[in-house]
Design a protein around this ligand. Structure first.
Ligand SMILES: [Zn+2]
Length: 243
């Protein structure tokens, strides 16, 4: 191995090591991921709207709120493009983000969805669950900070008048998530690939349940989307020690 190869090997080894990431100071560079994509839109709401459109609206509002608070959004990851899930963490890391927030809207398990007809379409709804939830991984270098960020976002969502849903902890197939903080709707979900970053603080926000007809009607209002975005941005600011 010549000197150049040794230097290259050492550099690559250093990049691959997550150790010490949790102690690296955060610069507040926030990347926002819009859950799903235009072609693969995620859940379908009670009235037939793709989850992606709800996610997109809150993500755009979040970017504006972060800018207002003098935080440093590094952009929305590949807006309106088809980005495979496996590439999303890498895309945020490439932009040197140190916080990555995923914006999603929630559904319910198959057995809770009932058929109904809306505006001539055959759709499904569920009126048993409503509220936000927050997901973190317990197996990443910045797990502790991710939980702190989720807590700060949860506090702000509660202060803004929203409530958590606890249905992901139900003892039914597809759920059984570990509920870390019932008051703030925080769950641990180590298997979720998109939360697995070696360098970033990551939190997934389910803003509300769009298969609930009542909650969908609330969540589609631009002022509610802005309120959610402001609560998430305020949580990020609090987490970073802003106020
Ligand atoms: Zn989703």
């Amino acid at each position: 191995m010549n000197v150049l190869k040794v230097v290259l090997f050492l550099l690559l080894s250093a990049c691959a090591l997550p150790a010490g990431a949790e102690s690296r100071p955060l610069r507040g560079r926030v990347a926002i991921d819009i859950g799903h994509s235009p072609a693969k839109g995620g859940a379908i709401s009670a009235r037939g709207t793709s989850e992606y459109l709800f996610n997109r609206a809150v993500a755009l509002a979040l970017e504006r709120e972060l800018e207002k608070m003098q935080l440093r959004p590094v952009g929305i990851l590949d807006l309106d493009r088809e980005v495979p899930l496996r590439d999303r963490v890498a895309a945020a890391e490439l932009r040197r983000a140190d916080i990555l927030v995923f914006i999603h809207h929630d559904s319910a398990q198959e057995q809770f969805l009932k058929p109904w007809s809306y505006a001539g379409q055959n759709l499904r709804y569920c009126d048993r669950f409503s509220g936000f939830s927050l997901f973190v991984s317990g197996k990443i270098p910045r797990a502790g900070e991710s939980l702190s960020l989720a807590g700060a976002i949860g506090d702000r969502l509660l202060q803004a008048g929203f409530h958590p849903t606890l249905h992901h902890a139900q003892d039914v197939p597809g759920e059984r998530r570990t509920l870390l903080d019932p008051a703030r709707g925080i769950y641990r979900y180590d298997q979720l690939a998109i939360l697995k970053s070696k360098t970033m603080v990551t939190v997934l926000v389910e803003c509300g349940v769009i298969v609930s007809p009542d909650e969908e009607a609330m969540l589609e209002q631009p002022e509610v989307q802005q309120k959610i975005a402001r609560a998430i941005a305020s949580g990020i600011l609090t987490f970073l020690g802003g106020r």
